[in-house]
Design a protein around this ligand. Structure first.
Ligand code: FAD
Length: 476
């Protein structure tokens, strides 16, 4: 038999349900296939830095798979529509007997997989689908009457209860096969037709690929920082979070592996309160994937709370550009946006501050911010990004109440008390002391600074936004 594993956001060999199942029959020859669909990704606003990361990870994976005598084939197609017949054709030509893959939860990916399912069934090729990306598969954490939770806290309670009853179990790396069915593709040094807008070499240094790297990050985080996570996770100047998100997005590491490791550490060491908070973040990740599958309209650029689509968002292009480029005159917002533009990643607290600033201070439609993030994040993930944006814009499920609007200057003082993070990304303010750096024009515009004055008056903008939301509530 010839077994084909369709790789998607699961670029690893350990704890890989589809690969593991494909290798269960020792007589089967196994091939892994990765579909490269750049036009589709462009339509989905997938960042070049994220595609580049996956491509680099493929280069690492091809070696890991070769050690198991499993070939890695890259099949290029413009989009999902043109991919399906190519994939079916490949299966026929190479006499594939069974296909193994992980379920996707996004709307277009599900349509793609349904077309693959139908095509394989017409060809008489068996297909097996597995859940992978969540710790508990979407659709399995439901309210007493079988509905998808829209509030996080009861979701988490149920999620933890299920895990206490059925702790996660990890799958080993499959045994080496006796022979390869086909030859692996020769991978070019860089991802085809992609230009990464970040200084050459920097992404490789910041985000090295490989399962070993992901596990080293996990081990370092759990052993050194995990216990203090709850105290330090809101301080962007410190490396207090795991920075594993790009590895999750590409599936270089599984969420189960992370949970398992955290639980093991807690078991052997007392006082690991930080790790409980971190496990909550893994739960948020699952929660937003449950929302995506349960309420697919959020995949279609629609607000979770549909009535909020009536908000009269501003179309101020100059303000939007200033936000994108980190020139708003609000140092913490600008430092954060420059971190995103220069490194492909942004700290969670800063994602909340910049998203809240775009939607509540500039009153610009959250969809523009969501799209810009997706186009620039190395960890861009539809469910987490959409969830984070709708939370910040108060248009989502269990979102920030509309009247709780962050004050960007106070947030700045809280999360970057010494101004260290701002100094790193806004060099024109680097000489200012910790008191002045958060609001450099507080005592009137200082032209010597070569730093813009705030593009909006926070206090006034806040009142306008409150009025828009109040009017919306009164009307609905
Ligand atoms: P850690 O603090 O170490 O957390 C561990 C893991 O838990 C993360 O890697 C991530 O997989 C998950 N996680 C943490 N926080 C959240 C959250 N709020 N929602 C869902 N999962 C979470 N995360 C993405 O992975 N991709 C995105 O595109 C994305 N966009 C976001 C947009 C906005 C506006 C906001 C507010 C948040 C967004 N997040 C996104 C969530 C969060 O900011 C990142 O997951 C986190 O900053 C990644 O850093 P880390 O790996 O060090 O996280």
């Amino acid at each position: 038999p010839h077994h084909l594993v369709c790789l998607r956001n699961d670029l690893r060999v350990a704890d890989h349900p589809a690969l593991h199942a494909a290798c269960a029959d020792p007589t089967a020859q196994v091939t892994a296939l990765y579909a490269y669909t750049p036009e589709q990704w462009q339509q989905h606003d997938v960042a070049a830095v994220r595609i580049d990361f996956e491509w680099r990870q493929l280069q690492s994976l091809v070696t890991d798979l070769a050690e198991l005598n499993i070939a890695l084939v890259v099949l290029a197609a413009d989009d999902y529509t043109s991919l399906v017949p190519k994939l079916l054709d490949w299966c026929q030509t190479h006499k594939v007997s069974s296909v193994f893959a992980h379920e996707a939860y996004e709307i277009n990916e599900r349509a793609r997989d349904n077309a693959i399912r139908d095509g394989l069934s017409e060809l008489g090729i068996e297909a097996q689908w597995f859940h992978d990306s969540c710790i508990i598969a979407p659709g399995r954490v439901l309210t007493g009457d079988g509905r998808v939770y829209t509030v996080f806290t009861p979701f988490k309670r149920n999620w933890l209860m299920q895990l206490a009853e059925h702790p996660v179990r990890l799958l080993p790396v499959p045994e080496k096969r006796t022979a390869c069915a086909v030859a692996s593709s020769q991978l070019s040094a860089r991802a085809p037709s992609i230009t990464v807008p970040i200084a050459d070499g920097l992404v490789q240094t910041l985000w090295p690929v490989g399962e070993a790297e992901a596990h080293a990050r996990l081990a370092q985080f759990i052993e050194e920082d995990g216990g203090r996570y709850h105290e330090r996770r809101d301080l962007p100047a410190i490396n207090g979070t795991s920075t594993l998100s790009p590895y999750f997005a590409a599936g270089v590491i599984s969420a189960r592996q992370c949970l398992y490791r955290a639980e093991q550490h807690k078991h052997h060491h007392a006082g690991q309160q930080g790790l409980d908070t971190w496990i909550s973040e893994l739960c948020w990740r699952d929660f937003y994937k449950h929302i995506l599958l349960g309420f697919p309209h959020v995949c279609r650029h629609q607000a979770f709370k549909r009535e909020t689509d009536k908000l009269p968002w501003s179309h101020n292009e100059a303000n939007f550009q200033a936000w994108c480029e980190g020139r708003t005159g609000f140092p913490i917002v600008d430092a954060a946006m420059r971190q995103l533009n220069e490194t492909g990643w942004m700290h969670n607290r800063l994602r909340m501050i910049t998203a809240m600033f775009l939607t509540k201070d500039l009153f610009i439609d959250w969809r523009l911010g969501e799209r810009y993030f997706m186009q620039h994040l190395i960890d861009g993930d539809l469910s987490a990004n959409n969830g984070g944006w709708q939370w910040s814009a108060s248009t989502g499920n269990d979102a920030a109440p509309y009247f709780r609007i962050f004050n960007p200057f106070l947030q700045s003082k809280k999360c970057d008390p010494d101004g260290e993070f701002i100094r790193r990304f806004v060099p024109e303010l680097a000489h200012l002391d910790a008191k002045r750096i958060h609001e450099p024009h507080a005592k009137g515009v200082d032209v010597r600074l070569k730093y813009p004055k705030p593009i909006v008056d926070h206090a006034l903008a806040r009142l306008d936004t409150l009025a828009y939301f109040k009017a919306l509530n009164a009307a609905s």
